[in-house]
Each structure stands twice: as structure tokens, then as C-alpha cells.
Design a protein around this ligand. Structure first.
Ligand SMILES: NC(=O)c1ccc[n+]([C@@H]2O[C@H](COP(=O)([O-])OP(=O)(O)OC[C@H]3O[C@@H](n4cnc5c(N)ncnc54)[C@H](O)[C@@H]3O)[C@@H](O)[C@H]2O)c1
Length: 242
């Protein structure tokens, strides 16, 4: 369990769900981890449990993102792994979705991931190494009913990942995305049972995924195990929409 020994990671949206599972896995593999979340109380609680650090961060705040990266480097001496994971949903069909619902979701996912990639990429470029992981979704590949905002955002994150991968590859920095399918977290447990059941029916492996099953893919992308991978999109879906 030493794949990330001596590495320093930031996980946005790290207070719960997929971000927390990723942080747990990274700590178990020897990394120093900063949990960055809007919800400071939960982030601090989990950080204490894991032996990690925590801070309040809104990924859509440019100065806040710079401060997060600077503070992490000051505290731990480097930044090797950035996980752009923070996310929200504002699901509605277009008949009911407001411009604010659309813009807010794009802001958190696309602009937030861009700010994180830019700030982390600047440090990693100087270090000559680093791995940036962006949490997209299978919604960005296939588009989900009632999620024009979220699907556009998650597809946008793929374009961002590939373009950033090209800009940073020459400096030894890799940028990859994960597209989870249906994973059991607070975000998906808030779905109506009917929506959950219809998604489940589309999954060849016939079950939802666990957060730890996304975390192990993030571990692979963060570690030197994936040293020749950049600009890729890994689908973690139990075969859904293959
Ligand atoms: N759960 C799934 O099935 C699934 C599937 C595909 C993709 N995803 C993506 O994975 C990521 C994590 O999802 P989850 O299911 O763990 O969600 P979650 O709602 O359980 O956790 C999201 C976390 O992000 C934080 N957050 C929200 N807005 C923020 C902001 N502006 N700045 C900082 N932190 C913020 C929240 O406080 C929360 O702790 C999201 O990007 C989501 O879109 C999840």
C-alpha cells in the first residue's frame, strides 16, 4: 500500500462521497491529502479521522483556488496530485430549468475544474511532474434526460482534460478524466426510486458501483502505474453505455 508514498494530493469536494473515498484510498497508499470542500465542518471531521488536512474552498472562487494550492504547497512542500471532484446537480427538464440552474452547474464543474487544473498545473509544471484527475460522468458521453446542464458540464470537462493534457504533457504532467456511471453516494441516493431502478436496468453488471471502485481508478491515474497515460477518459460504469 505504498503507491503514493511521499506524494501530496488535493481532493476538491473531499468531505463526502467519491471525493472522500478517493482521499481515504490515497491516505492508505501513503499520500498527504488536503480535503477541500465548501463544507468545512465535514471536511475537518473526515480529515481528523483519516490523518489528512482540511480547508474550506469554493472551487468557483479564483482567489480561493489559488490560496488552496499555495497553502498546500507551503504546508507539504509540493503538489503531486489534483483531483477536480467537487460537483452539484440541479436536475430539471429544459421546460423548467432556469438560466441560473444551467450556469451554476457549468460554473462548479467546468470553471471549477479549469481553475483547479490551471492552478495545480502551474505548480506541477515547475516540479516537472504531476497528475491531474477530473471527475466527469457518463452523462457527458450519452446525455441524461433532465440533465442538460450536468451533461453539458461533464462533456465540457472532457474537452478541458484533453486540451490541458496537450498543454502539460511536455512538462511531465498528466491529465486524465474519470466517467463514473451509477455510484452509491448522497448525490445518487437523492434520486427518486423510479430513476434509480431504470438506471440499474441498463447496467450489464446489474449493480451500482461503490465509491471505493471509483477511488481505485483514481489511485491508478494518480500513481506511476499510469505513467504513459494522458488525455484519457476512464469509464467506471459496470459496462453501462459501453
Ligand atoms: N455518485 C455518482 O454516481 C456520480 C456519477 C458520475 C459522476 N459523479 C461526480 O463525482 C463527483 C462527486 O460526486 P458525489 O456523488 O460524491 O457527490 P456528493 O454530493 O456526495 O459530494 C460532492 C461534494 O462536493 C462539495 N461541493 C459542492 N460544490 C462545491 C464547490 N463549489 N466547492 C467545493 N466543494 C463543493 C460538496 O460539499 C460535497 O462534499 C461530482 O463531480 C459528480 O458529478 C458522481
Amino acid at each position: 500500500m505504498t503507491l503514493l508514498k511521499g506524494r501530496v494530493a488535493v481532493v476538491t469536494g473531499g468531505a463526502q462521497g467519491l471525493g472522500l473515498a478517493i482521499a481515504e484510498t490515497f491516505v492508505a497508499h501513503g499520500a498527504e491529502v488536503m480535503l477541500a470542500d465548501l463544507n468545512l465542518e465535514a471536511a475537518e471531521h473526515e480529515a481528523q479521522r483519516l490523518g489528512a488536512a482540511a480547508c474550506r474552498c469554493d472551487v468557483t472562487d479564483e482567489d480561493g483556488m489559488s490560496a488552496l494550492v499555495d497553502d498546500t504547497v507551503r504546508r507539504f512542500g509540493a503538489l503531486d496530485i489534483m483531483v477536480n471532484n467537487a460537483g452539484i446537480t440541479r436536475d430539471k427538464t429544459m421546460r423548467k430549468m432556469t438560466s441560473e440552474d444551467f450556469r451554476t452547474v457549468l460554473d462548479v464543474h467546468v470553471y471549477g475544474a479549469w481553475l483547479g487544473t490551471r492552478a495545480a498545473g502551474a505548480v506541477m509544471r515547475e516540479q516537472g511532474r504531476g497528475s491531474i484527475i477530473t471527475m466527469s460522468s457518463i452523462a457527458g458521453k450519452v446525455g441524461n434526460f433532465g440533465q442538460t446542464n450536468y451533461s453539458a458540464a461533464k462533456a465540457g470537462m472532457v474537452g478541458l482534460t484533453k486540451a490541458a493534457a496537450k498543454e502539460l504533457a511536455g512538462s511531465g504532467v498528466r491529465v486524465n478524466a474519470i466517467q463514473p456511471g451509477l455510484i452509491r453516494t448522497a448525490m445518487t441516493e437523492a434520486m427518486p426510486q423510479r430513476a434509480w431502478d431504470s438506471k440499474l436496468a441498463e447496467i450489464p453488471m446489474n449493480r451500482a458501483g461503490e465509491p471505493s471502485e471509483v477511488a481505485s481508478v483514481a489511485l491508478f491515474l494518480a500513481s506511476d502505474m499510469s505513467s504513459y497515460l494522458t488525455g484519457t477518459v476512464m469509464e467506471v460504469t459496470g459496462g453501462r453505455y459501453m
